[in-house]
Design a protein around this ligand. Structure first.
Ligand SMILES: Nc1ncnc2c1ncn2[C@@H]1O[C@H](COP(=O)(O)OP(=O)(O)OP(=O)(O)O)[C@@H](O)[C@H]1O
Ligand SMILES: [Mg+2]
Length: 279
């Protein structure tokens, strides 16, 4: 399934005035493609996910799936949120089976499908555990298994690994790529992490600060798994960080006022680490 935003504008009311969040945003995720979106904090990345999921409507412009306007949520488009929102009173197995029951699968099929996907994310030994008995990484795996078990044509992932340590994140990134290569869902993946985006995506969109417009799109043709030190990958990261560096500077100026001093060098050499962005 192809997902598309066409000249989308979105604003929200805030303290009696209107905050422009998305300003004429157009992007396309082709069927079976893996696309990442990176951008400074608060620029509207989650809003893009919510629009694609059908949880929000654009003020102007269109959100299309295979050319048809999105009018609401649909099981063919699953969202994985940043904090694995599991049901605490259900076991791991119960959490994965829950969505399948909603989708109308009969009992035996539900069990079989849930176990299959828990195996894929290496949680077969924890099917009877409750969410509070799991680590953050394990809970996130359950959330991913729950979404994947529905075999959605489109997977919308909102910073799914942001709260995890680097090692767990790397493991889950590899698992996600393996699953994507098997089933080839369309994946739209939001992240702050430039290294994560370039490691995963076919294409990376770079958003500006609010009101958000797309500044750049990098096509990354390197085969996977990609090597962290690959000079081509590093060149992509450098370009993206260049765009983001300027945008994050803008956000900081807005938040902290003009008293903040930014070293000139930052324009030429993108920062290793900046607030709201990680590499
Ligand atoms: N439902 C809503 N009602 C009012 N304001 C909203 C709503 N959703 C988002 N916003 C505002 O829109 C702006 C963009 O929010 P959004 O969550 O899309 O940004 P983001 O890029 O995902 O940020 P972060 O990187 O921190 O997750 C913020 O100023 C937020 O307060
Ligand atoms: Mg967000």
């Amino acid at each position: 399934m192809q997902v598309e935003l066409r000249h989308v504008f979105k604003s929200f009311p805030h303290n009696g005035h209107v905050v422009d969040v998305l300003h004429d945003v157009s992007l396309t995720v082709a069927a079976g493609e893996f696309v990442c979106l990176v951008g400074p904090t608060g620029c509207g990345k989650s809003t893009v996910i919510h629009l694609m999921a059908g949880l929000e409507r654009p003020d102007r412009g269109q959100v299309l799936v295979d050319g048809t306007p999105v009018t609401g949520p649909d099981p063919s488009r699953c969202v994985v949120f940043q904090d694995a929102a599991l049901f605490p009173w259900l076991t791991v197995l119960g959490n994965v089976e829950f969505g399948l029951r909603m989708a109308g699968l009969e009992r035996a099929k539900r069990r079989e499908r849930a176990l299959e996907y828990l195996r894929l994310v290496h949680l077969s030994r924890f099917t009877r555990a409750y969410p509070h008995q799991l680590s953050g990484g394990m809970r996130q795996r359950v959330a991913i298994a729950r979404a994947l078990a529905l075999q959605p044509a489109v997977l919308l992932m909102d910073e799914p690994f942001a709260a995890l340590d680097a090692q767990t994140r790397a493991v889950l990134q590899n698992e996600l790529l393996e699953i994507w290569e098997l089933a080839r869902p369309t994946i739209f993946f939001v992240t702050h992490n430039v290294r994560e985006a370039t490691g995963l995506a076919d294409r990376v969109y770079v958003a500006s600060s609010r009101p958000s417009q797309l500044r750049d799109v990098e096509r990354i043709s390197l085969p996977r798994p990609r090597h962290a030190e690959d000079p081509v990958l590093l060149a992509h990261q450098h370009r993206i960080l260049g765009f983001l560096g300027e945008e994050i500077e803008k956000v900081l100026r807005e938040e902290l006022g003009e008293t903040v001093h930014f070293p000139e060098a930052q324009h030429e050499t993108p920062p290793e680490r900046s607030p709201g962005m990680h590499i």
